[in-house]
Design a protein around this ligand. Structure first.
Ligand code: ADP
Length: 578
């Protein structure tokens, strides 16, 4: 895993090395300062060597300017490396997600994926930038200081040496507590966010049931937990910093007292003590960096592991080597002995045979859960059949490039999804290289053009998050315009079950009739007019295909369809009745 992690440094190798080199010189300059101070106070100042004093002061000024430069590079370019690595990882993750099959998204919650893309990658980026630098700097600083201190005074160095592990132990323990506390804060704020999102999305429901107080109660519970977790986190943070400062003060005290005794005994002089004090006051920094590193390493690596877990999910629908492009599609579709299940528990389609002739309309009717949507989802290979085959113009869809296959199929879904952007951009989603005139033509065919131009900004009207400013019927017609623009030879329609007002319904119906002209159309039908006009009706139940035929055939048949028709047709076939 570490090797995989390191591979993300590769494109930024030069910057990373620059970062490390600068960090190294920063540490070196820091180490030089106490030694120079010692020299100044020991020899140069008491002996009035003014020329040396000027030279040393001048050199120190130069060194500090250099240090500032290195510091800037480390802080700026170091973070840039982290940000670039994070961007690369995010790109890899996002492009991989685009290849994953529907079955993956059925199982994973959007929130989880979001947290991978946002939170985990942030932690990884923190580790990527600070990790090597923190480790490198603190090790150089600690080892360097000890070596130099040893050259000054061995017994006093040994005393300091005992103190440092003590401080490290304390720091690690408290830091762990502090990190856990802050992680809890993150969880709690995520709960509060989820609660707010849920409440706002469901505001119509809670208002209509006058459950505002209950919503407040749920929110307040989460809000209080969040506040409590923060208070606890601040407490552990205060403990960490207070403790560390106290220990540093104690170390100072020990060094001054023991050093004082040594001076009294004549085994040490004042400049040596001064150098010692300067060294130990550096310690806070490497110790803080080391503890920070352990924490960043832990959370960064956990994040990286989760990141890899997604990258390792295989896209299960991949083009075979000799997959072909579809060309001049007529649109004959054939299901041969098709068996499919989402999981082991339940077979949804079993040994199904079905023929759809090009240019004709097939209506799927039947009770909810009968497998109508499933059947439709198999044609563009949103899911893979377990057994049997589906062919288009005699070619097995498995032998067709997925992109080419899907380019020839238009899907009009019940739940229309519009992206944030303008109306035109949303229609262009059907075919991005279309001209403005083509967009207008598609909108006219979808019966939505007049509405669009009645808006102040026309086609440039911005649709807010999830297209909230449009009615269901308008959204549906925009989605139909998309498919007009795409102009596929095969069409799959999932008719809206929810009742629309008469005028809207007529507009949509007309648009759909226009759309299906000359295309092979499979429609999950709920409306009598659609069903009556279909060339073939398939009655699908959880036992498989019950009946096939035209409206007249099926009425004569006196089976399930005729029962349905007689019992409740007033324009709809409600799912539940059959
Ligand atoms: P219909 O469109 O006729 O209402 P569906 O094709 O939606 O029927 O559902 C057929 C069966 O498959 C149902 O038992 C349903 O619970 C199941 N099912 C549908 N979608 C999924 C899915 N994504 N994962 C698992 N099971 C599913």
């Amino acid at each position: 895993m570490l090797r995989k992690f390191a591979s993300y440094y590769k494109p930024h190798k030069k910057l990373f090395i620059l970062d490390m080199v600068c960090a190294f010189f920063m540490a070196l300059i820091d180490l030089v300062f106490p030694m120079v101070t010692r020299e100044l106070t020991n020899d140069i100042i008491p002996n009035g060597k003014m020329r040396e004093l000027y030279i040393i002061t001048g050199t120190l000024i130069l060194l500090f300017i250099l240090r500032a430069l290195f510091n800037y590079i480390v802080d700026y370019w170091g973070h840039v490396v982290g940000a670039r690595m994070e961007a690369n990882m995010r790109k890899d993750l996002f492009s991989h997600l685009q290849t994953l099959p529907f079955s993956y998204f059925d199982k994973v919650r959007t929130g989880h994926i979001m947290s991978r893309i946002v939170n985990d990658l942030r932690e990884i980026s923190e580790l990527a930038h600070h990790g090597p630098e923190d480790l490198f700097l603190s090790v150089i600083m600690l080892i360097g200081s000890f070596i130099l201190m040893f050259t000054i005074n061995v017994p006093l160095t040994l005393i300091v040496f005992i103190f440092v592990p003590l401080m490290l132990f304390f720091a690690l323990k408290k830091r762990k507590k502090m990190n856990e506390a802050f992680r809890e804060v993150k969880r709690k704020i995520a709960n509060v966010n989820a609660q707010v999102e849920d409440s706002i999305s469901g505001i119509r429901v809670s208002k209509s049931f006058t459950n505002e107080e209950y919503e407040m109660y749920k929110f307040e519970l989460g809000n209080r937990e969040f506040k409590d977790s923060r208070e606890y986190a601040f407490k552990s943070m205060a403990e960490f910093f207070t403790g560390m400062n106290f220990l540093i003060n104690m170390l100072n005290l020990v060094v001054v007292s023991v050093g004082g005794i040594f001076i009294y005994n004549g085994t040490m002089n004042i400049p040596d003590l001064l150098a010692f004090l300067l060294f130990i006051n550096f310690f806070m920094q490497p110790i803080r960096r080391l503890t920070q590193f352990t924490q960043q390493f832990q959370s960064g690596m956990t994040g990286f592991e989760r990141f890899l877990q997604i990258l390792e999910v295989k896209p299960d629908i991949i083009d075979s080597n000799d997959a072909m492009e579809l060309d001049n599609v007529k649109g004959d579709i054939k299901f041969e002995d098709v068996t499919f299940s989402y999981d082991e528990e339940e077979t949804v389609l079993s040994g199904m045979n079905l023929d759809i002739t090009n240019g004709k309309t097939l209506a799927l009717v039947g009770p909810s859960g009968g497998g109508k949507s499933t059947l439709c989802n198999l044609i563009p290979r949103f899911y893979e059949v377990d057994k049997g085959s589906i062919t288009i113009d005699g070619i097995d869809i498995k032998d067709i490039k997925v992109k080419s296959l899907r380019e020839h199929i238009g899907f009009v879904q019940q739940d229309v999804f519009l992206f944030t952007g303008t109306i035109e951009e949303n229609i262009l989603y059907g075919r991005s290289d279309a001209t403005h005139e083509e967009v207008i033509k598609a909108a006219k065919s979808a019966n939505i053009h007049d509405f669009i131009i009645s808006l102040p900004n026309g086609y440039k009207t911005y649709i807010g998050e999830k297209g909230v400013r449009l009615s269901g019927g308008q959204k549906q017609r925009i989605s139909i315009a998309r498919v007009f623009l795409k102009n596929p030879p095969i069409l799959i329609l999932d008719e809206a079950t929810s009742a629309l007002d008469n005028e809207t319904e007529i507009k949509i119906q007309k648009a759909l009739e226009e759309l299906s002209k000359g295309r092979t159309t499979i429609v999950i039908a709920h409306r009598l007019s659609t069903i009556k006009n279909a060339d073939k009706i398939v009655v699908l139940t959880d036992k498989g295909i019950e009946e096939v035929g035209t409206h007249e055939d099926l009425i004569d048949n006196k089976g399930l369809y005729s029962k349905l028709y007689k019992s409740q047709f007033k324009g709809y076939i409600p799912d539940e009745v059959a």
